[in-house]
Design a protein around this ligand. Sequence first.
Ligand code: ZN
Length: 335
Amino acid sequence: MSLSLTGIHHVTAVTGQAAANVEFYTRVLGLRLVKKTVNQDDVAAYHLFYGDEVGSPGTELTFFDWAYAGPNRPGAGEVASTGLRVSGREALDWWQRRLEAEGVAHEGISMQGKRATLGFTDSEGQRLRLVEDADGPVNTPWSHSPVPPEMAIRGLGPVVLSVRSLEPTARVLTEVLSYRRSDEYLLQSAQLSTPVHVTVFETGPGGAASEVHVAEVPGAAGARNGIGGVHHVAFRAPDDMQHAQWQQLLSQAGMGVTPVIDRFYFKSIYFREPGGVLFEIATDGPGFATDEDAAHLGEKLALPPFLEPHRLRIEAGLKPLPTQDVLGGHNAGTS
Ligand code: ZN
């Protein structure tokens, strides 16, 4: 049997304001903070994970808290927008009213290929897009979410990459990573002087939860990652065995892949695709309930065992964050 990725696993972005970030993604977007931990390579920085009730793979939007990073400079070689799937057009209308009521900047509803979408940004300029997706995986909405379950964000997808030249990225997606070319469209936007050509790729069962849209922007300056930008996108490998096979395959393909790194909640490998975007492949398991009771995910600072002996020092270096009891559905005033 040939090796196949099964979709998008998570997207990791950069914030400079962890407290405001928790407030926006939990209270306004209704995602659950499933894990509050630190960047394993930089323990002075939070690593915040938002997702569904249990942080299912495919729902996790995560943030490094890098207060001293500069602002993200958009351009070629980055994830230019992150899709968040909802049930359909009715949900998009509901979200448009919600974003307006919250004073969130949005672009109104427009088409992204064959799907209706609603583009918006968080207060740091993070580019997000609610996408109609009646058929994709639904996952389990956060039971204390201020967003009603029928309107809830169902998971990630698609991600839009911007690259100067389509073909090198397309070749890695199709010849190395098991992706299939499935569609193409012209992206028109008030911010673009000319429409941009976008090619759609899907993997595994296909659909928005798996899709990578590659926007070709030949003359664009290079992106510089920072606050309000995406750091990397991760794809799903169902188990450790297939994950190890991906590491071998990418290594043989000369992709400059890292060894397997145990991130405790999942295992990871990283490499940069030729267009400049940092890719990761992560295992579906073991997941976020591995060190916390599922009912109390994200309430206290979680540390992997190798950092636990340093807890006091690490906690002393972190800023306090709002708690979900204040932000979530326990507070009946938020709707
Ligand atoms: Zn990651």
